[in-house]
Design a protein. Structure first.
Length: 152
């Protein structure tokens, strides 16, 4: 008898997170969605959805309980206007979210963690180049992110 893989998607209320939930459901996964807000675009397809502030350690322990995999998409994110005027707050909040999620996943015995990134990790001069080419992971080094959000 096979058991269904249990997955946590943090940031499940956002655009990418809500679409990831739909995709994983279509593949047969059991999904717990977690976000600080309800999904903005459609009703969630998660089997379970919890409103949790992942800046708090206890909430990360709760979110990562009894799951096999974590897709860590949660972030303090807004448009460029918000990002450019709130560098320290964004860096602080995202570090709390990431560190607490990673450690809670370890404590709770999560087997796999997927941690995506952002184009903001790349130096701005590469993003503004007129000879457009696909960016590679090694293009992010030496680290000169576009702004504080890019340190995530």
């Amino acid at each position: 008898m096979s058991t269904q893989t249990r997955v946590l998607v943090t940031g499940a209320g956002g655009f990418i997170g809500s679409h990831l939930v739909k995709q994983l459901k279509s593949l047969g996964y059991w999904i717990r969605g977690v976000d600080i807000k309800y999904p903005e675009y459609d009703d969630t397809e998660a089997d379970e959805f919890e409103l949790l502030d992942l800046r708090r350690w206890d909430n990360c322990l709760q979110a990562t309980r009894a799951v096999d995999e974590v897709y860590a998409l949660a972030a303090d994110m807004g448009g460029m206007g918000y990002i450019s005027s709130n560098h320290a707050q964004i860096l602080h909040n995202n570090n709390l979210i990431d560190i607490h999620t990673l450690e809670a996943a370890r404590v709770n015995g999560v087997k796999r963690l997927m941690y995506p990134s952002s184009a903001c990790i790349y130096p701005e001069y590469l993003q503004e180049a007129t000879d457009v080419k696909p960016l590679k992971e090694e293009d992010a080094y030496p680290a000169q992110p576009q702004d504080a959000y890019g340190w995530q």
